[in-house]
Design a protein around this ligand. Structure first.
Ligand SMILES: Nc1ncnc2c1ncn2[C@@H]1O[C@H](COP(=O)(O)OP(=O)(O)OP(=O)(O)O)[C@@H](O)[C@H]1O
Length: 831
């Protein structure tokens, strides 16, 4: 090794705290690192120090990184520092480390026999397509003609969930043990027929993988843990091999990864360093468990804490402003940090208020353009949900600003958008066979491959389009004919609307509603249906905007514009310098000179999901805190300039709604910001009591003012005089019935969008008794008929829990059973 990284050298490269963390080699250590505080730099030097100064064999260091790219970069950096080749064969992601362990173990005949697995060391790693093929074979007999791509997706998502979570099993002595969700465990745990069905699919899927000597991505982790749990002597050998263990991004570790680490760490030495920032834990929704980092000091003996608090990345204003927001999250005292910057204050954080979302996209484009071409590559635009990218893509495109959209399909290429657009294409041109084929059985309506073959044959014989061939197929009668007839009637209905000059957004809404497309999204995959539903709402918004801007044009012109936009974007994506567009989740670990964050509106960011209705206050609090961490991650990506946009009106979930500013804008230390533009008219900020806005905070309680009363939530001693507390709701939300709900836009060709007061409040008939006061004796019992504003009528099948946590299970008339929290459900008793 040409270079020794001793203490002197560490002092040359690192600050005091970083040196202390890097030089501590023995025993368990937690490096709690603020954003931009140099954690990557610190662990890089720590490993270089271990190898060069302490003489540790690099092959005996286990170093876990969040991505393969991070591992590659760190290896390269260490070799540069040490000026020589270093064999860090155990540095990589959890998955890559697991592959190595599995291959090593399965090469050993004795281990193979002890495990009794079908799989041997030459196992294949199945990708998405391979997975789909196997699942298709299993699902086909279960679903018949109803089997489609989305069923596959749903099954994959459920199987992945099984594989990435653990369950606690009680033991006779009152303690419990953690078990992996193998198919056997999943079958044991399945209480309802649906769960049993999916656990059965999981079992069959694993059997087929075994037959094929294959593992999917999730199996790599699961099987490694299973192997090490089954064979403790093998686990001990690995733990002994790994003299030092370093884990980066520890705040985003999930339960299965945590089980793996526990097996690989030598308990007698406990030479483990974990690095992370609980304020940047943003993957709770896919299984990351923030409590793992917070409990580190309980898992090991005499943990040494290091805090890296100096931010080297951002200007002082950005660090202070972002810090003042994240201070509103609860955290254990020992996890508190005081992140600071020694850089100049720099520009204030620009909070830009605009009247509506269209102006937001324009303002972003205007500012990016004004900064000049040279700044494009160092500029990023972040948003909370993918659906928001559409308006921004368009505005940038209109201003000829090249951009690249990371981590997501371009708006118009998203499956749900393409499906509904295929319906619209069919309306514009019924001879569009490709469009018809795409959606004739999407959502499934019992039109199988055989029926389609027959339709194709008729079309070929008569030399006509599939649409034109439909009447002949219908005339043949039978079950298939019925499916075709229903489809044709539905399309004819929309054609009549189109020819009757129905407004395009209304027509699109008809298509989405009449096809039950959103219900279909939900059935396919509950975890993605909210996000995909928002994309459809955004598509309706695009129709609305188009009509507004082009009152003389119609559907054909709209479709043409979209196809041209696609081509222009493709060219743009090849450009050398381009602005980066991504969701904030994608931005983790990155940095840019200038960052624009769109949609800082309460309900958008923090995002309020539909599922919020069925969550307990504690669950909602956790979710809101994760949103705040996401906001913090977004802001701290900016080095010099940060823009935060708030739109007073936004097209959201099918209607134009007023939005108050995000609570995060209120929480920012005002000395770090400059406010540009005015908020929307105060009178239109009234809370409507809709589900989308329920739960996180009670706007009803604070009246119509733009400055919300934050007393119900916040950190002690903030400028609103709030006391620290866990109450996110502030007050009970008004019941739906008493507050009414807004209607969708209801636009017609002759109407124009008026930004003032777009809410239409619908009066609800008087009569039924309301049930929302959980302090009263709860009159709900099994068998009672109820009405839900959104899900319609249903019958209570079960009531559980008590007080605030009372949950009511209702079977709605469409057969779907939902578990609702009584307090938020706004149920009316009908009997
Ligand atoms: N002691 C130091 N002296 C000078 N620059 C430093 C020092 N430590 C870190 N930096 C610089 O600060 C920036 C942020 O460092 P790094 O990327 O390691 O932070 P991080 O903690 O991983 O950030 P985040 O968690 O926010 O993604 C880098 O440009 C890095 O080179």
């Amino acid at each position: 090794m040409a270079r020794i990284i001793d203490l002197t050298r560490l002092h040359e490269e690192l600050n005091e705290e970083q040196v202390a963390a890097a030089a501590k080699t023995e025993g368990p250590a937690l490096i709690l690192a603020g954003a931009g505080s140099g954690k990557t730099r610190t662990i890089t030097y720590k490993i270089a120090h271990l190898i060069s100064s302490k003489g540790v064999d690099p092959r005996r260091i286990l170093a876990v990184t969040f991505t393969n790219k991070a591992a590659r970069e760190m290896k390269m950096r260490i070799q540069q520092i040490l000026e020589g080749k270093v064999n860090l064969e155990w540095m990589g992601t959890f998955h890559s480390i697991c592959v190595r362990i599995l291959r090593l173990c399965l090469s050993n005949e004795r281990i193979g026999q002890a495990l009794g697995w079908k799989i041997n060391r030459n196992f294949s790693i199945y990708d998405d397509d391979d997975q789909k093929k196997i699942l298709k074979e299993i699902l086909k007999p279960l679903f018949g003609d109803d089997m489609d791509a989305q069923k596959l997706k749903q099954a994959r998502s459920i199987i992945s969930k099984y594989k990435n979570s653990v369950v606690k099993q009680s033991l006779p002595d009152g303690s419990y043990r953690i078990v992996l969700q193998t198919p056997t465990v999943a079958l044991e745990q399945a209480a309802f027929p649906d769960q049993q069905k999916m656990a059965g699919v999981y079992r069959d899927y694993q059997a087929k993988l075994g037959d094929a000597n294959a593992m999917d991505f999730d199996d790599l982790l699961l099987n490694t843990v299973e192997l090490l749990q089954k064979l403790p002597q093998v686990a001990a050998q690995f733990a002994n091999r790994f003299q030092y263990v370093v884990v980066d991004e520890y705040q985003d570790t999930n339960d299965v990864q945590y089980e793996l680490l526990k097996l690989l760490i030598d308990r007698s030495k406990q030479n483990v360093t974990v690095v992370g920032d609980d304020d940047q834990s943003i993957y709770g929704w896919r299984g990351a468990n923030i409590e793992i980092i917070r409990n580190f000091s309980h898992d090991f003996d005499q943990v040494t804490f290091f805090k890296l608090e100096r931010n080297y990345r951002s200007s002082a204003n950005i660090v202070k402003g972002a810090g003042s927001v994240i201070a509103h999250n609860d955290r254990p005292l020992e996890m508190s940090k005081n992140v600071y910057s020694k850089e100049p204050a720099g520009e204030p954080i620009h909070v830009v208020n605009v009247l509506a979302d269209t102006f937001e996209a324009e303002q972003i484009a205007k500012r990016v353009l004004a900064a000049g071409k040279d700044a494009y590559a160092q500029t990023a635009i972040f948003y909370r949900t993918n659906a928001q990218s559409r308006a921004i893509e368009k505005a940038l495109n209109d201003s000829r600003i090249p951009c690249v959209i990371y981590g997501g399909t371009r708006f118009w290429d998203r499956k749900e958008v393409r499906d509904i657009m295929a319906y619209m294409r069919l309306l514009s041109n019924p001879k569009d066979d490709a469009a018809l084929l795409r959606i004739v059985n999407t959502p499934p309506r019992g039109i199988g491959g055989g029926s389609l073959d027959a339709l194709r044959m008729t079309a070929t014989t008569n030399a006509c389009s599939l649409w034109e061939a439909l009447p002949s197929e219908i005339a043949k009668g039978g079950r298939t004919a019925k499916g075709f007839e229903n489809f044709k009637n539905m399309v004819d209905g929309w054609l009549a609307l189109l020819h009757g000059n129905e407004a395009l957004p209304i027509l699109a809404e008809h298509v989405i509603r009449d096809t039950f497309y959103k219900e279909f999204l939900k059935k396919e995959d509950e975890t993605t249906s909210d996000e995909r539903g928002r994309n459809l709402d955004e598509m309706v918004n695009a129709f609305r905007e188009f009509e507004e801007e082009n009152p003389d044009k119609g559907l054909d012109e709209f479709l043409q514009e979209i196809s041209l936009l696609t081509d222009a974007d493709k060219k743009v994506e090849n450009a050398q310098t381009r602005v980066t567009l991504m969701t904030i989740h994608m931005a983790k670990g990155l940095e840019f000179d200038t960052v624009h964050i769109a949609g800082c509106d309460e309900g958008v960011f923090p995002l309020v999901r539909e599922s919020s209705m069925t969550e307990t206050p504690d669950e909602r609090k956790k979710q809101a805190e994760e949103e705040r961490r996401l906001f913090y991650v977004g802001c701290t990506r900016a080095k010099h300039i940060l823009y935060l946009y708030h739109a007073g009106r936004r097209f959201w979930q099918g209607s134009l709604r007023p939005f108050p500013p995000s609570r995060f804008l209120e929480e920012i230390d005002p000395s770090t910001t400059s406010i540009e533009g005015r908020c929307a008219d105060e009178s239109s900020q009234e809370f409507t009591g809709e589900p989308w806005n329920q739960g996180l905070r009670g706007y009803a309680a604070r009246g119509a003012g733009l400055r919300p009363a934050y007393g119900s939530y916040g950190n002690g001693g903030n400028r609103f005089g709030a006391s620290r507390g866990a109450d996110f709701s502030g007050s009970y939300p008004r019941s739906f019935a008493s507050s009414g709900r807004s209607q969708s836009t209801g636009l017609h060709k002759t109407q124009r969008i008026v930004y003032k007061n777009p809410q239409v409040v619908e009066k609800v008939e008087k009569g039924p008794r309301l049930v929302y006061d959980v302090d009263c004796d709860n009159p709900l019992r099994s068998g009672v008929r109820v009405q839900h504003m959104k899900f319609g009528t249903g019958v209570v099948t079960n009531v559980s829990g008590s007080g605030e946590n009372t949950r009511v299970e209702v079977r709605f008339s469409n057969g779907i059973v939902r578990k609702l929290i009584l307090k938020y459900a706004g149920l009316q008793i009908l009997d």
